[in-house]
Write a protein that binds this ligand. Structure first.
Ligand code: HEC
Ligand code: HEC
Length: 376
């Protein structure tokens, strides 16, 4: 994919077009290959403009804001379509409480409306998620699928290692209902934000959105969220192993043209290929710098449990250049390549995490070792 950009094959396209071609098209193609029986096929991916409401001509912006309010209520007093309450099994007062807690705990990073531009966002790498695209990096679900509510709760409880997204497990232990309400509010912001973007897309394509069309869109977006539960990727039987024959097989795959893992992450996994360190060229679907991870750190944003790693390789990291291998590799091959990132950790914290817990404890790194493996 990076090669395509370099060789100029996509030069004729607008930068947004490029981004879509580079990241959304592979996602779409990936969907076509999800036929290995691991996952039910998602119906379609949601794409659209990333522009802010403020970029509409003033009058149109005010109109769309009012229409959104009619469908979703205000950010402080959310009153979305009843179907959202039914699906999340929640009530208006709980969602309102979720809104208050979100403002207290999350909005300084994720923004009041969930657009990822809270006041501290600019100081962070990676940037806080913009929920309005309805795309999440670390989910249990297939390539184009939304996260499940359980996935979002897991992210909030466990945090995203090595990023500013910390764990809210302590809060969850004390006030599980409050944290669940925040999670529901994040889903509300996601559905609302995506509907807003559809409204803007309508406007830019010459069609005036109205309350009715927004309400139809809102329910359609909700339908994608609801479908995600049926699109969970269950790794096939077999487990992550550090048996030398399997690891050697995985290392060959890592360096192969089929996976191109080494092409992006480098043969030693350091993610330091100079041309991939250019923030202008190497971006994710949110428009932010997205270089290949340095795998020698030994910590994984999406978790280091065997199932996490399987899903990350099978589905990729959504919205980023990290591609899905669903179309390239069989389940067994993914299980062979999954231990390779763990084995690249330097210093070798724990070459065999399946049996390393005791010896790792003696290392100064034990906390770091335990974190990716158990994640919570
Ligand atoms: C200090 C800043 C900060 C705070 C506070 C914060 N987050 Fe985040 N959050 C981030 C960053 C940064 C990311 C993106 C990490 C990445 O891209 O790997 C993120 C990502 C996420 C994601 C997306 C995960 C995915 O799979 O894409 C969710 C959901 C999320 N945060 C929810 C919350 C909630 C809910 C709260 C409040 C309880 C919260 N965050 C508080 C910084 C923050
Ligand atoms: C086109 C470039 C590219 C290719 C090919 C690629 N990766 Fe990645 N990889 C990335 C990027 C970019 C990220 C960072 C994603 C993010 O934002 O968290 C990443 C992240 C990762 C992570 C970290 C996931 C986490 O939870 O933090 C692992 C592990 C990984 N890649 C392994 C692999 C393996 C194994 C292969 C081959 C099967 C591979 N990658 C192929 C670009 C690539």
């Amino acid at each position: 994919m990076y090669a395509a950009i370099r060789s100029g094959q996509l030069q004729g396209m607008s930068s947004t077009g490029k981004r879509i071609a580079v990241f959304v098209l592979p996602l779409l193609l990936g969907v076509a290959f999800l036929a290995c029986g691991c996952v039910k096929q998602p119906k379609r991916i949601i794409a659209g403009p990333k522009r802010a409401l403020d970029e509409l001509p003033a009058e149109a912006g005010v109109r769309l804001r009012k229409q959104l309010e009619a469908v979703f209520g205000t950010l402080q007093r959310p009153s979305p379509p009843q179907a959202i309450f039914d699906w999340l099994d929640t009530r208006a007062e709980d969602l309102r409480a979720g809104a208050r807690e979100y403002v207290r705990l999350c909005a300084h990073c994720h923004g009041l409306n969930g657009d990822g531009t809270g006041p501290v966002a600019k100081q962070l790498f990676p940037r806080p998620r913009d929920f309005r695209l309805g795309i999440f990096k670390f989910t249990s679900t297939g390539t184009a699928a939304k996260p499940t509510p359980a996935d979002l709760l897991a992210t909030i409880r466990e945090g995203i290692p090595t990023t500013a997204m910390v764990s809210y497990e302590v809060d969850y232990q004390h006030r599980p209902a409050a944290i669940r309400a925040i999670r529901d509010y994040v889903i509300y912001l996601g559905v609302r934000g995506e509907t807003e973007r559809y409204g803007m897309a309508d406007y830019w394509s010459g069609y005036e959105p109205d309350e009715q069309s927004l309400s139809v869109q809102a329910n359609r977006v909700l339908e994608f969220w609801r479908e995600a539960g049926g699109q969970v990727v269950e790794p096939p039987d077999a487990q992550l192993t550090f048996e030398p024959g399997v690891l050697a097989h995985g290392q060959r795959l890592f360096r192969s043209d089929v996976t191109q893992c080494a092409e992006c992450h480098g043969p030693a996994g350091r993610g330091d290929r100079p041309d991939l360190l250019d923030p202008e060229k190497v971006t994710d679907i949110w428009g932010h710098y997205s270089p290949p991870s340095n795998l020698t750190v030994g910590l994984f944003r999406g978790g280091g449990r065997p199932t996490d790693l399987f899903r990350r390789l099978y589905v990729g990291v959504k919205g980023t250049p990290m591609p899905a291998q669903a179309e390239n590799l069989t389940g067994q091959q993914i299980w062979a390549v999954a231990p390779v990132p763990l084995s690249l950790a330097s210093p070798p914290l724990c070459r065999n995490p399946l049996s390393c817990t005791a010896s790792a404890k003696s290392l100064a790194f034990s906390a770091a070792v335990a974190l990716p493996w158990t994640r919570n």
